[in-house]
Design a protein around this ligand. Structure first.
Ligand SMILES: [Zn+2]
Length: 88
């Protein structure tokens, strides 16, 4: 058991923490979870989340989302390399 008297229904934040490898965001005011990769909002029950993260749509979106996240860093690295090269 976790500390504190938490209600049986999990809060969106608790689910986001639980599925911390997923690009989720807590929508506390709606008591729902938002998937940043799919731009989808869904309920906080584990079954809904599990079926979402197993869906082909989510897996595909997650790949694109991750790739989109990596790109700016790569671009910055390339730019700093180019700047370094130009200084020579
Ligand atoms: Zn998703």
């Amino acid at each position: 058991m976790k500390k504190g008297g938490r209600p049986a229904v999990s809060s969106p934040q608790a689910r986001v923490d639980e599925f911390d490898k997923e690009p989720f965001e807590a929508r506390i005011e709606q008591n729902k979870i938002f998937c940043k990769a799919c731009c989808d909002v869904f309920k906080t029950d584990r079954q809904t989340i599990n079926s979402h993260i197993r869906s082909n749509k989510h897996l595909a979106n997650k790949k694109t989302y991750r790739a989109g996240q990596v790109q700016p860093d790569v671009r910055a690295a390339v730019e700093s390399l180019l700047r370094y090269a130009l200084d020579w």
